[in-house]
Design a protein around this ligand. Sequence first.
Ligand SMILES: Nc1ncnc2c1ncn2[C@@H]1O[C@H](COP(=O)(O)OP(=O)(O)OP(=O)(O)O)[C@@H](O)[C@H]1O
Ligand SMILES: [Mg+2]
Length: 510
Amino acid sequence: MCGITKRFGQVVANDQANFSLQGGEIHAIVGENGAGKSTLMKILYGLCQPDEGEIYFRERPVRIDNPRAAIRLGIGMVQQHFTLIPALTVLENIVLAREPRRFKIFLDTAKAHRTITALAEQLHFDLHPNAKVESLPIGGQQYAEILKALYHGAEVLILDEPTAVLAPQEVAGLFDCLRGLKAEGKSVILITHKLREVMEIADSITVMRRGRSVASLPKAQTDLAELSELMIGKHLTAPPSSLQQEEGKEAGGVDQPMLRMRDVTVHAVDGRLLLDRVQLDVFGGEIVGIAGVEGNGQNKLIEVLTGLRGIDGGKVTLHGESIANRSPAAIRRRRVVHLPADRHRHGISLKDRIDENLILGRHNRPPFCRRGLLQRKAIQEFADDAVGKYEIRTGGVNLPIRTLSGGNQQKVVVARELESDPELIIAAHPTRGLDISAARFVHQQLIDARNRAKGVLLISADLEEIMHLSDRIAVMYGGRIVGVVCPSETDEAQLGALMLGSADSSSDLG
Ligand SMILES: Nc1ncnc2c1ncn2[C@@H]1O[C@H](COP(=O)(O)OP(=O)(O)OP(=O)(O)O)[C@@H](O)[C@H]1O
Ligand SMILES: [Mg+2]
């Protein structure tokens, strides 16, 4: 790709960007939120047309007017936000674009089934073609997306932040799969914010900054420090490591927990235990981390705490008052805020403007609404402030939110929730999809809230994040809290063992 320029109104998403890919390599693209990574790859996949520049494929100039043209060339893409249809099966989703027809009339399901099963086996994906996509964990949905691209003949596979939503074990599985593809001579383009992953898997790396490709180099010739410097154009100093242990720890000297869960039990419709006598305390002025492999009850716990799910037994209290089985609105009124794990699906309203998304949930209350009238000025001021404070890269707060880059959409949700004067923050994967400096900023916001005696419950698949921020860490396994440990008295090995249910530890809540 040579001299690619793409403008959206005032915004220059790609500015004379260059990119080249060798056959059989894994090539990472890195850069801050809004740097133009997704746009460049959407151009390669025919989802966007460049204003300037040329694309050469196997040394011939090509026009890629739409994804069909890309697929014909053997280019496949898994987008930053998945595009599968939840109500359909894996097979239906995969063959949607190109259905094998018997006698050119009937969809040859049996043949598609055989091909998909064989592909899944070859890649060691544990995925049933007849499973409904909505029933799959996020890792499984991703596998379905990859299968879809390969089924349609991808020789070049573009993955836009595939690991942002995966648990560490799933990342390892994905990387094995990518190595397998590489061994077959296929090429992979991987967009990610996780520089350690880049150093683990990539052969070469392209760095983007403000729409330009500022460097393209073999991994062997670079390191983490150089990459982050190239990304942000300056040297990033290490964060003060002790910052979270300083002030405000015993704020108010309260010994009553802010949030208390006792013997909380939730059954599935089939009687299975989803939450099994969960005991958990969060005090004002502390960050409690929940570590665990995805699917061990974390989501149910969040649903209970945000009013999305009732409980079958036990107690949940906030400042001594029960909040179990209350509506989400009632719980929000008690200033419990929630950064949902899947922000794209549950956190934003894609068809609305940035400012509207920033006040969502408070749009019918002062200062944003008085006597039924929206207060445009108050909304504008609040939105401008949030955009400045959270460094949301946009041409203006009255643009539709879908014009933001993926990471900047995430920042809108984070800003809205954290700026609403919360008492208890339930933060699920709060830095997912954010670049390094944005992630640090969000960490600092959580620490500040903690230091103002607020409660923070941090759910994250990122052990480093959990270890760095938490005052105490509760480990969930099989719907139970199997241990509560202090970060200073544990290590990733012990946590890992607890997370896999292979260590014994008393549920000491003290
Ligand atoms: N459809 C669109 N309309 C208007 N502006 C857009 C559109 N798509 C992207 N942009 C703008 O182009 C710039 C680059 O966006 P892009 O999505 O390529 O960033 P990115 O590097 O993928 O960032 P992230 O890490 O946050 O996903 C951003 O400033 C974004 O707001
Ligand atoms: Mg992106």
